[in-house]
Design a protein around this ligand. Structure first.
Ligand code: GDP
Length: 446
């Protein structure tokens, strides 16, 4: 998980602080020393850390919070607010042009995830009802054009390209005309990247910029390169002027220092984050939610939004009805599990729920698997049953259990465990139903 070790260390520090009850200035100083170490170890820029600690200390000691009833809580609140501020306070959105098309230029070094992010951004915009056009302007890496075309096909988003040998500025310019004649309202230009920043690259990007006047220039950086990505952001911003940063591969970067430094160092906000190679809509970056996550307060808002976007509400209503009428079968159980699976790994989900970080660790030591293996096993078992068996588990006798275990490549114990769990779940549903009925019968005391 992103910020895992930082999150652990800060939470341990604040737990200690909470245990103190009344705080002295020394307690706060000690806690701030630990916060400083934790931030430095997470690879946050040292100047940013210095300023951060100074501000928090001033706020914590300067005001009379040490006299309040819950001083530790107030210190945590200050850290939360300052962490949020560090990352840009509020969510930064794309500058949309009032008159279409909105032109977005994607820039960055090779391998940062520019082409992937262009596709993911297209998908996010498409989900909002826009009609994006992807433009293949990376003319130096021949595979880049094909990569974008494949992406476009997968996402059902049109891709504009021109024959080999055409220069990037001409491609960009022509793509705008093309978007207008094809009713596309957002143009996403995937520009060339280099292994390192060089003058030729910057000149080409500046030429495209002065030709098409983009409404938004987004720099894609790889979080795993740590402070180097902050330096890259600084150079691109100096040469080109940036509107936002897309920070990719945060799924692979447990430290997260770059995400905490880039805004403070360059003044450019992170607008989106990339959390995997899979083609999902690019995720908007919410500084406040990220700060809460780091401090172990969870990110319930993101979870709710994710659930709303993922779950089929009609189906959910139908399921609820079935549960109430006691018609819930193993088929329905499987359908529900598949929906939950769409939300992502249990590992990710637990990270979004307040206080669940600890539980995640406990679970990790046991035989409960957090990678969805268990869900896959349950899926295999249910799929090895006949429709009749799924509808009525009471007919699943010993020999059927053996057959199902063989068919799903599991053990009879695994089949037994699933049937027992399902039976218990149904029993509990019945109990809840009774309780609800009982409630209705209570006299109104109000
Ligand atoms: P480009 O050279 O900047 O256009 O980079 P690509 O879009 O080709 O991406 C380089 C590699 O990074 C590919 O293997 C992508 O699948 C991978 N990648 C891109 N974004 C992410 C991300 O958010 N997380 C992870 N884990 N991989 C990513």
């Amino acid at each position: 998980m992103i910020f895992e070790s930082l999150s652990d260390r800060l939470q341990a520090t604040f737990k200690k602080l909470r245990g103190h009850g009344k705080l002295t200035e020394d307690d706060v100083n000690e806690a701030m020393r630990e916060v400083r170490m934790a931030l430095l170890e997470a690879d946050v820029n040292f100047k940013v850390v210095k300023q951060f600690i100074k501000t928090v200390k001033e706020r914590a000691i300067g005001q009379d919070i040490l006299e309040t009833l819950t001083p530790a809580q107030v210190v945590i609140k200050i850290v939360d607010e300052e962490l949020t501020k560090l990352m840009g306070d509020t969510q930064s959105r794309i500058n949309m042009s009032p008159k279409p098309p909105t032109i977005i230029m994607m820039v960055g070094l090779q391998g940062a995830g520019k082409t992937t992010s262009a596709g993911k951004l297209g998908l996010a915009l498409k989900k909002q009802g826009k009609r994006p056009l992807l433009v293949a302007a990376d003319i130096y890496r021949p595979a880049a054009i094909t990569q974008l075309q494949v992406l476009g096909k997968q996402l059902d988003i049109p891709v504009f390209s021109m024959e080999q040998g055409t220069d990037a500025v001409t491609i960009a310019k022509n793509s705008i005309d093309y978007s207008q004649s094809h009713a596309c309202d957002v143009v996403i230009i995937d520009t060339a990247g280099r292994l390192q920043i060089d003058e030729k690259l910057m000149k080409e990007l500046c030429d495209i910029k002065s030709e098409v006047h983009p409404h938004e220039i987004l720099l894609v950086v790889d979080a795993m390169t740590g402070q180097e990505s902050v330096n890259v952001a600084q150079s691109f911003n100096d040469a080109l002027g940036l509107d936002g940063v897309v920070m990719t591969k945060l799924d692979g970067d447990a430290r997260g220092g770059a995400a905490l430094s880039v805004k403070a160092v360059t003044g450019v906000p992170i607008k989106f984050i990339g959390l995997g190679e899979k083609l999902e809509p690019l995720e908007p970056f919410h500084p406040d939610r990220m700060a809460s996550r780091i401090l172990g307060m969870g990110d319930v808002l993101s979870l709710v939004e994710k659930a709303q976007a993922t779950f089929d509400m009609e189906e959910a209503k139908m399921m609820e009805k079935k549960l109430r009428k006691d018609e819930f079968t193993l088929d329905d159980f499987l359908a529900q599990m598949q929906q939950v699976k769409k939300l992502g790994s249990l590992d990710n989900i637990l990270g979004l729920i307040p206080g669940m970080g600890g539980l995640k660790k406990q679970l990790a030591g046991q035989d409960i698997d957090l990678d969805g293996k268990e869900i896959r096993q349950i899926e295999a078992i249910i799929k090895s049953m006949t429709p009749k068996e799924r509808a009525n588990i009471n007919i699943i006798n010993g020999s059927r259990r053996k057959r199902i275990a063989m068919g799903s490549g599991t053990r009879v114990q695994d089949v037994n465990k699933l049937l027992k769990q399902f039976g218990e779940m149904k029993k509990m549903m019945k109990k809840m139903k009774k309780m609800q009925k009982g409630k209705k019968g209570l006299p109104n005391l109000g």
